[in-house]
Design a protein around this ligand. Structure first.
Ligand SMILES: C[S@@+](CC[C@H](N)C(=O)[O-])C[C@H]1O[C@@H](n2cnc3c(N)ncnc32)[C@H](O)[C@@H]1O
Length: 236
């Protein structure tokens, strides 16, 4: 797995390591220990602060910016499908680069939750696992796409193996969809959790793509088993 270094300087949106005063959150009446811990982590997370300052809908935007900085995934004029897009950080990042409406650029996003507004993107509010979702996405993108990216994650159960199996189900569905919709030379980017089965997906991808890597961008929390599979050069 490729661990990215994130050497970019402080105050750069790709690595906002600015100094922050630590905020402690006490548990109170109805606030549970776990929700207090979540709140404390959010308040002390420099990516959360930087996302708010720069107007990104989520801290996840930095993961994509870092992966793009390292791997040069996106270009103006591309057609991109964003699976599991809410609240919309990734959608914002690709719209900034692709510039929908200019030179054929188009971004289509899907989630069963609401996307915070990203005016340049086409949003489909739907479960990607719904039988009608693939066709709706194809119609919206108008043919084939340069990049299929999936940050889809089911709500976690806390049971590591179950969470791993559920996310791998989504990753495999995303990959099947990518095989139908990607243009030759295209890119598939997908969130997985470490746990064993991601190696099977990696082996499948190696047959269809010229280059396949596992990456963990610096903005992906070190204590999370989350990582990303990046497959480049779809053989078509
Ligand atoms: C980690 S969040 C994505 C964050 C997003 N990339 C961003 O930058 O804001 C994962 C998303 O996957 C969505 N998701 C999970 N399963 C899905 C499914 N079957 N269909 C559509 N969206 C799904 C969830 O609703 C959630 O919004």
């Amino acid at each position: 797995m490729q661990r990215m270094t994130g050497k970019t300087p402080p105050r750069n949106p790709r690595n906002p390591k600015r100094m922050q005063k630590k905020v402690n959150v006490k548990t109170r009446d109805r606030r549970t220990v776990s929700s207090a811990r979540w709140l404390e982590r959010q308040l002390n997370d420099p990516y959360v602060a930087e996302a708010k300052e720069l107007g990104y809908h989520s801290r996840a935007a930095f993961k994509l910016l870092q992966m793009n900085e390292e791997l040069k995934l996106f270009r103006a004029g591309q057609k991109i499908i964003d699976l599991g897009a809410a609240p919309g950080g990734w959608t914002q990042v690709v719209c900034e680069i692709v510039k929908p409406g200019v030179n054929g650029g188009k971004v289509v996003a899907i989630d069963y939750l609401d996307l915070k507004p990203v005016s340049e993107a086409i949003f489909i509010k739907m479960d990607f696992m719904d039988n009608e979702a693939p066709q709706k996405l194809k119609d919206a993108i108008g043919g084939k796409a340069h990049v299929i990216m999936s940050d889809m994650a089911p709500p976690t159960t806390g049971h590591r193996e179950t969470d791993h199996i559920r996310i791998m189900g989504l990753a495999e569905a995303a990959y099947e969809f990518a095989r139908e919709v990607l243009l030759p030379g295209g890119t598939f980017l997908c969130k997985v959790f470490q746990g064993g089965a991601e190696r099977d997906l990696l082996n499948l991808l190696k047959k269809d793509f010229a280059k396949v890597k596992h990456v963990k961008p610096p903005a992906s929390r070190a204590d999370s088993s989350e990582m990303y599979v990046v497959a480049l050069g779809f053989r078509g």
